[in-house]
Design a protein around this ligand. Structure first.
Ligand code: ADP
Ligand code: MG
Length: 612
């Protein structure tokens, strides 16, 4: 039998499409507040918004006789005729949000318009109006939403942890605060203020109040137009970069978007200013003709498509270049070049014996001198350690053959005479370019990448510390204070344990600050600080406590930042580094799989000089 669904069932079904999780409610309510002309909006959440969401604004309020109507499906004050659909300037217009929210929660509305002496209070549980009466209240509107999904338990199960849900809300609120710097936003999570923006319209001060990251005060402004397109906002100087694009926020015509096209523009703008794999921090606002934009290709409207893609790429890249051409940007970039050094693409970050082997052989083809071919990389070891004794060194004079196929890790080497590599025979002679240690043994000359070597040592010590029962910690006299993104802070439970296991003593220090009182013994203060910054940045993407693979990746990545390249090493320091490298389980490559050693056999050198 065909029946028309009763209203409460229909509302619940429709609600599922609009209200997926707590952040959806926050989004709808805050957008309504903005549409109401408010210049101050407070959002308070508890338990990730699952148990409590309050949104209070000082906007127009809803007249008493319309308050109940606002909860009807397709009830909106923002559209009268179909023609209006083409000229929408408000954030909402479908008239679905309140109906959907009320269907799956306990909703309380308190609202008052400026020209009315009393306000209205309405209580609705699952679409059913329990009460509608007068109340005293200030101008504006407050929604209090409790018991999300109390009547649709199946949906409740799909929600993530409280901290994960609050992280999504914090992210959303951060974006909306940036998009509307003229509105004062305050966000309260479980009784603590996450941020509070001043609403004075200054974007940089909004960025600083939302993120509370001191380094952001050095961001440089972007302001560039071309044709009908404009880009404004703030970007980091090349001296401040991150290993991921997480700290890049783009708005197109006021909406947060993800866009490969904009990313491409940014990358082009920074070309040659940043090393591969490093990403600047950007807050960019693009204004373009809405007619040349398709925002609806993704239901949550985060994806955007431009019909003039190449114009947008060059708009962004020119805007970025112009901003960076500013003198101050250039000088700083030179002053701190080392942070950016040597990042490599993620696909190269695996220790990949196949690649190392396929970059062989070390034969010089037909006696022509080829720089690359003359160098030979020591065999890296497929499994950490045990086989170290077998690390084999081909006799210099012999051309050797590898029966290695690209997709096989089996290494069969047609054996000439081999002997194990002997660290004790290695005699360092100095360093060149402040980067490569030079060394010789009886028949070969070696270049050792001091940075890669140090990174390997650092990595193995950290992993060792992580696995060890007793942590070798050192208390530090001046504690390190770090600031982290609010969205990282709420996930603290998820990442703090892994850092404690490495020997850090780290705790909250009010607001978004962290205080570090103890660090692993082998680290210097600056190494510890750089390591932690990088680690926290990566931790934002989630570290599940037991997931050692993820933790290992994070350690690998963060070591890169901690260890400086291009430092001048004294002979003592060189000796000590080589000794520590010798103690490593896998001394022949850095944690990212790049070689630490390159060997030039005497034979190859002689060949280059056409002596043989
Ligand atoms: P839409 O925003 O698409 O119009 P909603 O269901 O979100 O639909 O809201 C319905 C109506 O309720 C809005 O059109 C508006 O008139 C009124 N409204 C909702 N929230 C507020 C608010 N915070 N201040 C003033 N009016 C509001
Ligand atoms: Mg709305």
């Amino acid at each position: 039998m065909i029946k028309v669904l009763d209203k409460s069932v229909a509302d619940k079904i429709a609600a599922g499409e609009v209200i997926e999780r707590p952040v959806s409610i926050v989004k709808e309510l805050v957008e309504n507040s903005i549409d109401s002309g408010a210049d101050s909006i407070v959002v308070e959440i508890k338990k990730g918004g699952k148990s409590y969401i309050r949104v209070t604004d000082n906007g127009s309020g809803i007249p008493a006789d319309q308050a109940e109507t606002a909860f009807l499906r397709h009830a909106t004050s923002k559209i009268n005729t179909a023609k209006d659909l083409n000229a929408i300037e408000t954030l909402g217009f479908r008239g679905e949000a309140l109906a959907s929210i009320a269907a799956v929660t306990h909703t309380e509305l308190v609202t008052k318009t400026a020209d009315s002496t009393t306000g209205t209070r309405i209580l609705i549980h699952g679409s059913e109006v329990l009460s509608n009466g007068k109340t005293g209240c200030p101008d504006g509107t407050t929604f209090i939403i409790t018991d999300l999904f109390y009547n649709t338990p199946a949906r409740l199960k799909f929600l993530k942890s409280d901290s994960a849900e609050s992280s999504l809300i914090i992210d959303f609120m951060s974006m909306i605060a940036l998009a509307f710097p003229k509105i004062r936003f305050r966000l309260i999570n479980n009784g603590n203020i996450v941020f509070s923006s001043n609403g004075k319209g200054n974007l940089l001060s909004t960025i600083l109040s939302v993120y509370k990251i001191g380094e952001y005060k050095d961001l440089v402004p972007v302001n560039y137009s071309f044709g009908e397109n404009t880009v404004t906002g703030y970007i980091s100087k090349p001296s401040l970069s991150r290993p991921s694009r997480r700290n890049q926020v783009f708005f197109v015509n006021g909406r947060v978007v993800n866009s490969k096209v904009i990313e491409k523009g940014v990358t082009e703008g920074y070309r040659e200013r940043l090393f591969e794999g490093r990403h600047p921090i950007c807050f960019l606002f693009i204004q373009t003709n809405p007619a040349r934009l398709d925002v609806n290709i993704h239901p949550n409207k985060k994806e955007v498509r431009f019909d003039n893609e190449s114009e947008i790429v060059s708009l962004i890249s020119e805007g970025v270049k112009e901003a960076l051409a500013d003198d101050s940007a250039v000088i700083e970039a030179k002053a701190a070049p080392f942070r950016n050094v040597e990042y490599i693409r993620p696909e190269e970050t695996q220790v990949d014996i196949k690649n190392i082997l396929s970059s062989k052989p070390a034969r010089v083809a037909e006696n022509t001198v080829q720089e690359d071919a003359a160098a030979e990389i020591l065999p890296a070891q497929p499994d950490h350690g045990q086989k170290r004794e077998q690390a084999q060194e081909p006799e210099c004079e012999q051309v050797h053959e590898h029966a290695v196929t690209r997709d096989s890790v089996e290494i069969t080497i047609k054996e000439p005479a081999y002997k194990p590599f002997d660290f004790d025979m290695l005699r360092p002679t100095g360093a060149i370019f402040n980067t490569y240690i030079t060394a010789v043994d009886e028949k070969c000359f070696y270049l050792i990448d001091q940075h890669a070597a140090h990174e390997r040592v650092f990595y193995e010590k950290l992993v060792g510390e992580y696995m060890a029962e007793d942590k070798l910690k050192q208390p530090i006299l001046t504690p390190i204070i770090l600031e982290a993104d609010p969205s990282v802070m709420v996930l603290m439970d998820e990442w703090v344990e892994s850092l404690e296991r490495m020997g850090f003593d780290i705790s909250e220090f009010g607001g978004n600050s962290l205080i570090i009182r103890e660090i692993p013994t082998f680290m210097t203060m600056s190494e510890a600080e750089d390591f932690l910054k990088e680690y926290l940045d990566g931790a934002a993407d989630g570290v599940k406590k037991p997931n050692t693979v993820v933790i290992d990746k994070l350690i690998t990545k963060s070591c890169k930042a901690a260890v400086k390249a291009h430092d001048h090493l004294s002979m003592d320091e060189i000796n000590s580094l080589l000794n520590q490298l010798k103690a490593c389980r896998n001394p022949f490559s850095c944690p990212h799989g790049r070689p630490t050693f390159i060997r030039f056999t005497m034979y190859e050198i002689e060949k280059m000089f056409k002596r043989v």
